[in-house]
Design a protein around this ligand. Structure first.
Ligand SMILES: [Zn+2]
Length: 792
């Protein structure tokens, strides 16, 4: 009887589950949203472990550069000569090297020529049509390689494929070997504001002065890695770059009245500054407030004339993956130190008079705040300087970045300009950490550099001022993007050059996802530790997305594959709907037939050992060569062997079987405990596809509120519908989902329920008898019955 009862229960349960799945899961062949990422991630190996850390045989290449160059302001031309020492730390033999020639972006012939679709315009400017016409002609931009030799001065063979240059090695370089190359080159400097691009000049036409930002300017080694070989995807102007770490010595010859700022530390200030400026530089080393090394008055005076003499500024930077610099006679320069774990970092800013009103009070202090805050969330800032340059737009390089933020002519500025400037400085200085130090591949994975950096930028802005108007980070700010038509959404894991909504996809969405993990899913303590661990593991190395995903789980004991799958690999959105609410109270007065013992009559039926004589049984029996064990060893012929064959007697007479009551009426204590409780069944549906925690705010009739969070895993058995039962001490007046807008729910209209005089239904409450739930064997088995009959 026990067997029959439990069998029936199992059948009922299974049928229910199957029916529900069929009903709610119309697409049955898609991956479960909680399935592990599995083969979507690369297989762990000795270079990258399954925990997300560098493996025991992790390696990376190194490239050291010694560069001299000359800036010709009159002809807007840069000419350079570099010696590259390339160390092959890989286990592979290399027969050629790949270099990036990013300035070919501006060449009409050698650019990567990625095009966008265009309609015939309803109106067009002359400049637009002129640009179309110019694009057909060969312009004078792009890199000219004038010499390329090995260490002995012997010319080397090379080929330029758009923005990439392959140099053939006369002899392959084996693991552990190095090779030295000498490259001479030059290019015409583009007008950065008109032609776009990362480096170039800005002309101030009223005075004829230039502000040069020289970036992505010398032939640079591509990354060769364990996970993708050469990263030689073409440069289209968008996806930034991946670069090899190394040491730099760079000498820049510029007009004598220019001030230079660059990656690293200057080796010869004494040769380039006036004694007064040198004195201020010394004073700045211990300053509490930024000190002007070049003053506004000096900058204004310098703007009025143009020096014909030249000066050479020499910089050294160690363990960096790139080198950028700026040069102009327009610069004011201020500096003050910040301290990270007791180590001094000189924070500095360069800006023209046009930005003085904003940069003088805020820039260097924002640099210091950024360095310190990022150090807390990631790793201590390792470099000796951090510099912010006002250059009308934003781009980052090691120890130096270009930002924007100019005042009105009268020196005043809007609130928007101020926070825009602070935001861009924090962002670009923050890029020192992602990707300059924690060096992911930006050309492939924009989100790993922009998204991670925008996330820490958000944390840093929030710590700058409690009212800081951060645009990217809070979950509620991403919903307008997430509401877009699916055709305009793409997974975060899309390659940089193929992203439709670059800002929201590469910056906001990953930053928001990390913030949701931190605030809503993991909590700050677990998140911060794991994120810091990722930074620590991959500082000065080349991490991939899998290394981040794995580390975040490895260091927190949180299975986040569902989150990576939904937020990073899909275009699902959050839209959790509270479809209906049922209200009930307990009926404590009811009695039930099951609250008494019951007696039923049960008969023992003739056994059926085999319901069906299958072909194997028949053939075995007919095969005379087969000997069955119970024939050769008749001691095995027990009661049931005989019973099955009708040798032992069996009895079909009915026996009375008593089933003990499993439930009984309530006692007084339980009655008091549950009489005033309010019960609610909430029915949710997942309309957006993304699984998320369900955050419920209960507002009670007495005006008090309570918030509870159900983890996202509640959706694991049914991704579309969830029903949940709650017991409350007070009657609920209203319910609101995600009251703090933490989950980026795109539709708030289905997030609420109001109790407009709902009448409670009643459900019966009983007490379960101790032990009854397990069920106990009742009646006698055939062996016992045979014994009873025989009168044992
Ligand atoms: Zn950025």
């Amino acid at each position: 009887m026990k067997n029959v009862l439990s069998f029936l229960l199992v059948v009922v349960t299974c049928t229910g589950a199957v029916a529900q799945n069929l009903q709610n899961n119309p697409v049955s062949n898609h991956a479960n949203k909680f399935e592990q990422l599995g083969t979507i991630l690369p297989t762990a190996n000795e270079y990258r472990t399954a925990s997300g850390a560098p493996g025991p045989k992790y390696w990376q290449q190194r490239a050291d550069y010694n560069i001299t160059c000359a800036l010709d302001e009159k002809n807007l031309r840069l000419t350079g000569s570099e010696t590259v020492t390339y160390f092959n730390n890989s286990p592979d033999v290399l027969t050629y090297l790949w270099f990036q020639l990013d300035e070919n972006e501006h060449s009409s012939k050698k650019n990567a020529n990625y095009q966008n679709s265009q309609n015939l315009p309803r109106a067009a400017t002359v400049q637009q049509l002129q640009a179309m016409d110019d694009a057909k002609k060969e312009n004078a931009f792009g890199v000219n390689i004038t010499k390329l030799t090995d260490a002995a001065g012997k010319p080397m063979k090379y080929i330029i494929n758009k923005t990439m240059m392959r140099v053939e090695l006369a002899a392959p370089i084996k693991p552990g070997q190095k090779v030295i190359l000498n490259i001479d080159w030059n290019y015409n400097i583009p007008d950065r504001l008109a032609q776009g691009g990362r480096g170039g000049y800005e002309l101030f036409p009223e005075e004829g002065n230039h502000l040069f930002t020289i970036a992505q300017w010398y032939p640079r080694l591509c990354v060769y890695s364990d996970f993708q070989g050469w990263q030689n995807q073409q440069f289209t102007g968008r996806g930034e770059f991946a670069l090899t770490f190394g040491n730099f010595k760079v000498s820049m010859t510029v007009p004598a009245d220019h001030i230079v700022g660059a990656t690293g530390e200057c080796q010869n200030y004494a040769a380039n500054l006036t004694p007064a400026q040198l004195g201020r530089w010394t004073k700045a080393q211990t300053a509490k407030e930024p000190i002007e090394i070049v003053t506004l008055a000096e900058a204004k005076l310098a703007e009025k004339t143009k020096a014909t003499a030249k000066k050479t500024w020499t910089y050294v930077a160690n363990n960096v993956r790139d080198f950028a610099w700026t040069s102009s006679r327009k610069y004011v320069w201020d500096a003050m130190p910040a301290y990270v774990e007791g180590k001094k970092v000189m924070c500095m800013s360069f800006y023209a008079k046009e930005a003085y009103g904003l940069y003088r009070p805020y820039s260097t202090k924002a640099v210091a705040h950024t360095i310190k805050t990022y150090s807390d969330f990631t790793i201590p800032y390792p470099y000796p300087v951090a510099q912010s340059v006002e250059a009308a737009n934003g781009m980052e390089y090691p120890m130096i970045c270009f930002n924007y933020g100019r005042t009105e002519k009268d020196g005043s500025y809007s609130e928007q300009s101020k926070y825009g400037m602070l935001g861009v400085i924090i962002h670009e200085v923050g890029h020192n950490f992602f990707p300059m130090i924690i060096n992911s591949d930006e050309r492939q994975w924009s989100w790993m550099d922009e998204g991670l950096n925008t996330f820490v930028e958000y944390l840093t802005e929030e710590l700058y001022d409690n009212k800081f108007p951060s645009r990217r980070g809070p979950a509620w700010t991403i919903t307008d993007y997430m509401k877009l038509d699916k055709a305009q959404l793409e997974p975060i894991m899309t390659n940089s050059d193929n992203i439709i909504g670059f800002g929201p996809n590469a910056y906001s969405k990953p930053a928001t996802g990390l913030n949701i993990l931190r605030e809503t899913i993991m909590g700050r303590e677990l998140f911060d530790y794991a994120f810091k661990e990722y930074a620590r593991r991959w500082a000065f190395k080349h991490p991939t997305p899998a290394d981040l995903f794995r580390t975040m789980e490895d260091a927190s004991a949180e299975d986040l594959d569902w989150f990576w799958r939904g937020w990073f690999y899909s275009t699902d959105v959050t839209d959790i709907s509270l479809d209906s609410v049922k209200y009930a109270k307990a009926d404590l007065t009811a009695t039930s037939p099951r609250s008494r013992d019951t007696t039923i009559m049960q008969s023992v039926t003739r056994p059926q050992v085999n319901a069906f004589e299958d072909i194997s049984k028949i053939r075995n029996r007919e095969d005379r060569k087969i000997k069955f064990l119970t024939d050769s060893d008749t001691a095995l012929r027990d009661f049931y062997w005989r019973y099955d064959r009708g040798i032992e007697p069996y009895d079909t007479a009915k026996f009375a079987v008593v089933i003990p009551a499993s439930i009984e009426p309530l006692d007084e204590a339980s009655r008091q405990q549950f009489a005033d409780k309010h019960f609610y069944e909430l029915n949710f549906s997942n309309k957006g596809g993304l699984v998320m925690p369900i955050i419920i705010e209960w507002t009670y009739k007495d005006g008090t509120k309570e918030t509870e969070k159900i983890p996202a895993q509640v959706w694991r058995l049914n991704e579309n519908k969830v029903t949940k039962f709650f017991m409350k001490d007070r009657e609920v007046a209203s319910i609101k989902l995600d009251p703090m807008k933490e989950t980026a729910d795109i539709n708030e209209s289905n997030n609420t329920w109001g109790n407009t005089g709902a009448v409670a239904s009643r459900f019966q409450l009983f007490k379960q008898k101790q032990g009854a739930a397990r069920g106990q064997s009742v009646g006698s088995n055939p062996m016992q019955k045979a014994k009873e009959k025989k009168g044992f």
